[in-house]
Design a protein around this ligand. Structure first.
Ligand code: TYD
Ligand code: MG
Length: 454
């Protein structure tokens, strides 16, 4: 075959080059180029993708199907999707291998028993899928069709034949186009496979879920290059050693990207966590230092979390700073503020911080609680266990206003907290309630004095 029929494509960012290069000029990855056939994907004509009349039409005249949103019957899942599945949408579900993507898809499919579901499995055999289904609490109906196939041409035929209401592709990295010589999972295969499913979804108005694996660097390999093609990108995350799993929308054409769904993995599948605050606080040890409760907000939903710190004299020359579930730059900043504004010298101490339960707390409103937790550990004096703290810490040591304070306080009240430390400027917006005492603070210094009695 003459050289002109091939090209070299970077497997991490899809950069193309006519010859092999060691380092990608686009994403700087090493050894990422593989040879691929220059097969041009068939151009789709406007008529082929259009589902309505061809040509421009006034927006008010556009008709929406009579069932704009289909419920997955899994409330946490519906919430992340923005209120259910949108007809004809293409949803990518990314996550580490083993996190529970197939389980989630299987549970969703089994719960929607009145619809024809086509579950295309490329990773497991039909009997392996059946074994998983047997483990789950839900029992699939006869409308649940399983197809163990990875050849896109065959799949195309079967999609037309079975006329499914919902399609699940597990995983997009195993699908391949027979005319492309590159292996399944390469950028060009993944892209071609996605284009095929996208065409099917839009033309037939059938929602399609694509499962994609994430590499250890945290990017959805291959699927990263299709993020722009799909309507919704969901990330299923969690720590392997914890049972909690969080489903997060990273991109959503049909809803907010702030929403999260919380699940717990059991031996008979995923269970929705309807009272996350209670669950995340359940293992709290009362009366110990280095722990504080914060009222964080994930999307529209308040979430009480325990933030922990361990400050201990360093045994090596360079003190360690380590953050789990919390931004490490933010930790550095908090330590610098505590040093400069409060006179708390942690230069000779190792500082470890953690958000309990394996969740991430990236919101600035968590700052104050984290700062209190650090001070509490250093002084070995506990923060009052009936107190929650919210507030963003500024570089001047000031406590800045946070959003949606009422919602956070309501959650704290619901869980029986008696006292809330809040930014002074937030007080204006609060309708006073007498079942939680509000302690307004202006600076970290003041918050420390009021929260940690020593
Ligand atoms: P799986 O859905 O296969 O993950 P993925 O598709 O993301 O690779 O889930 C794999 C893990 O979940 C596996 O380690 C076993 C565990 N698991 C349970 O704990 N309970 C269950 O009911 C199921 C089906 C799986
Ligand atoms: Mg799987």
């Amino acid at each position: 075959m003459s050289k002109s029929h091939t090209k070299y494509v970077c497997q991490s960012c899809a950069y193309e080059s006519p010859r092999w290069i060691g380092k990608c000029p686009n994403c700087s990855a090493w050894n990422s180029f593989t040879e691929e056939l220059s097969v041009r994907a068939k151009k789709v004509s406007a008529r082929e993708i259009s589902t309505g009349p061809v040509g421009a039409i006034p927006l008010p005249d556009v008709t929406v199907g009579n069932e704009p949103r289909i419920s997955t019957r899994v409330r946490e899942f519906d919430r992340v999707l923005g209120g259910g599945i949108v007809a004809g949408s293409l949803v990518l579900i990314g996550g580490d291998p083993g996190i529970g993507k197939s389980t989630l898809m299987m549970q969703m499919a089994s719960a929607m028993d009145s619809r024809i579901i086509l579950y295309i499995t490329g990773e497991e055999s039909a009997s392996q899928v059946k074994l998983r289904a047997d483990r789950l609490a839900v029992k699939p109906s006869r409308n649940f069709l399983l197809l163990a196939e990875t050849n896109l041409d065959v799949i195309d035929l079967l999609l037309e034949k079975n006329k499914p209401d919902i399609v699940i592709v597990d995983s997009i990295q195993t699908m391949y186009h027979p005319e492309l010589e590159s292996a399944p999972g390469t950028v060009s295969q993944v892209r071609e496979a996605t284009a095929r499913f996208m065409r099917f979804a839009k033309v037939r108005e059938v929602p399609v879920f694509l499962v994609g694996h994430v590499t250890k660097e945290g990017v959805i390999a291959g699927p990263k290059v299709i993020e722009h093609m799909v309507d919704t990108v969901l990330q299923f995350e969690g720590e392997q050693q914890y049972a909690y799993r969080i489903l997060r929308a990273i991109k959503n054409r049909f809803g907010s990207t702030n929403e999260i769904g919380i699940f717990e993995m059991h031996d008979n599948g995923l269970r929705e966590v309807t009272n996350p605050s209670q669950v995340f606080l359940s293992e709290r040890k009362f009366g110990s230092s280095g722990s504080a409760v914060v009222a964080s907000l994930e999307g529209t939903r308040p979430l009480l979390l325990e933030v922990q710190a361990l400050v201990a004299p360093t045994s090596y020359g360079v003190p360690q700073r380590s953050a789990t579930g919390f931004d490490s730059k933010r930790l550095q900043m908090l330590l610098a503020v505590l040093d400069k504004r409060v006179g708390l010298h942690v230069g000779q101490y190792d500082v470890f911080v953690n958000v309990a339960g394996g969740v991430r707390a990236d919101e600035p409103a968590v700052d104050l609680g984290m700062a209190l937790s650090i001070v509490s550990s250093l002084r070995d004096v506990p923060v009052d266990s009936q107190t929650v703290a919210v507030g963003e810490v500024g570089l001047g040591g000031e406590i800045r206003t946070i959003s949606q304070i009422e919602k956070r306080l309501a959650e704290a009240r619901k869980l029986g907290f008696e006292r809330a430390i809040i930014p002074k400027n937030n007080l204006k917006g609060i309708k006073l309630s007498n079942d939680i005492t509000l302690v307004e603070v202006d600076s970290v210094d003041e918050a420390i004095t009021k929260a940690i009695t020593n």
